[in-house]
Design a protein around this ligand. Structure first.
Ligand code: SF4
Ligand code: SF4
Length: 363
């Protein structure tokens, strides 16, 4: 199993001040093969496999909320691989839409449309494709994206525990982005009245928001103050400020909430690395089951994007798991009645993918 340190999959500026916990290794999500996207239909795909994503969007039907300092990091990057992303970001800044001293944000129209769309939009809607996604299907701004892009995978080698870990890391990073982008404003002496501190998606769309136009000039100038017209330089300075943060300074400014989120993250990490196998298991009553041939099934437990293919013989054994017998008793039954061997590794995988769940667990 390949691993990487958590800190190494995040934007590099975080490595200077995040707590030592982030030096821990995590397994690489080997099934989420982004270069050869695992969610696109392949010639040998199962006919009834879960709905595929579009090659034009992959999972990038998301618009990142990129905090000021990461916009600056992108602008400072001299990596030729970022050239397209940098140009797109410059165009976005020049267009003055959904940008503020806090960062470059998901337009309100995008949020309203995605929130009010049937979930099938995800991974398929070209209208809701990220503006930083290129025609070859790759990200042009990686890793200067947002907490969602850093932590979203369609498949998790550790199943539910993997999903839970990344989801908890996402919450940690979202709060981190909020704190650091505001820290920048404080350091740069911005007035508290700047727009963008609260993006109220319940307020009606303005004409400009509807037509993807910049806000009226007086409103724009009010939010940017003396930096209006010099936004790119502002973002670069934001990045410089964050790069200068020390661990001590970060500990001083992060606040109670961030410290508590770290505890949650440590807990999720503990479960990811050492989930104990419950002594009694039962078949997940909410399992999504597809028969794909006479000899095999596709089962989705914890996520519709990450089904597990199992043999009919193993499938037939699942009914023995009703929560009343210990795993050892079921293993003997499977062996005696179906001649199926169930090593602990298989049981662990069935549990991690929530094909089998603990007694008392709700899914
Ligand atoms: S995470 Fe996204 S790009 Fe990567 S394999 Fe999954 S759907 Fe494809
Ligand atoms: S920023 Fe990159 S990874 Fe994130 S949604 Fe856009 S193209 Fe995809």
């Amino acid at each position: 199993m390949k691993t990487a340190r958590i800190i190494d999959i995040l934007p590099q500026c975080y490595s200077l001040f995040l707590p030592p916990f982030f030096k821990n290794p995590i397994p690489i999500e080997s099934a989420a093969t982004c270069r050869n996207c695992a969610m696109l239909e392949k010639p040998d795909s199962h006919v009834h496999a879960p709905k595929f994503f579009s090659a034009k969007t992959k999972c990038c039907t998301h618009h990142p909320d990129i905090p000021n300092y990461l916009v600056g990091a992108l602008m400072n990057s001299d990596d030729p691989e970022h050239e397209t992303g940098r140009q797109r970001m410059l165009n976005r800044i020049a267009g003055k839409t959904s940008i503020s001293p806090l960062g470059v944000f998901r337009p309100k129209k995008f949020t309203l449309l995605s929130r009010n769309s049937n979930l099938e939009y995800f991974g398929r809607s070209e209208f809701l494709r990220c503006p930083f996604h290129d025609d070859e299907g790759f990200c042009t701004v990686m890793p200067y994206w947002d907490a969602v892009c850093s932590t979203w995978f369609c498949k998790h080698d550790a199943g539910e525990e993997g999903w839970r870990f990344w989801r908890t890391l996402r919450t940690y990073l979202e709060n981190l982005q909020k704190i650091l982008s505001r820290y920048v404003l404080l350091k740069m002496d911005f007035k508290p009245s700047i727009s963008g501190l609260s993006i109220d998606v319940s307020a009606p769309l303005t004409l400009q928001e509807l037509d993807d136009l910049p806000p009226p000039e007086p409103i724009y100038r009010k939010s940017w103050g003396a930096w209006a017209g010099n936004e790119t330089e502002f973002y670069k300075q934001a990045y410089t400020l964050i790069r200068q943060l020390s661990q001590d300074e970060f500990a001083r400014i992060e606040g109670i909430e961030q410290k508590l989120l770290l505890r949650e993250l440590e807990q999720a990490y503990g479960l990811l690395t050492t989930t104990p196998l419950p002594e009694r298991l039962k078949k997940n009553p909410e399992l999504n089951i597809e028969k794909i041939s006479e000899s095999s099934y596709l089962l989705s437990g914890y996520s519709p994007f990450d089904p597990l293919k199992i043999s009919k013989r193993l499938y037939d054994c699942l009914d023995f798991f009703d929560g009343s017998l210990t795993n050892q008793q079921v293993i003997r039954l499977c062996h005696d009645q179906h001649e199926v061997g169930l090593p602990e590794e298989i049981l662990k995988k069935l549990h991690r993918f929530r094909i089998l769940i603990a007694v008392g667990e709700t899914k």
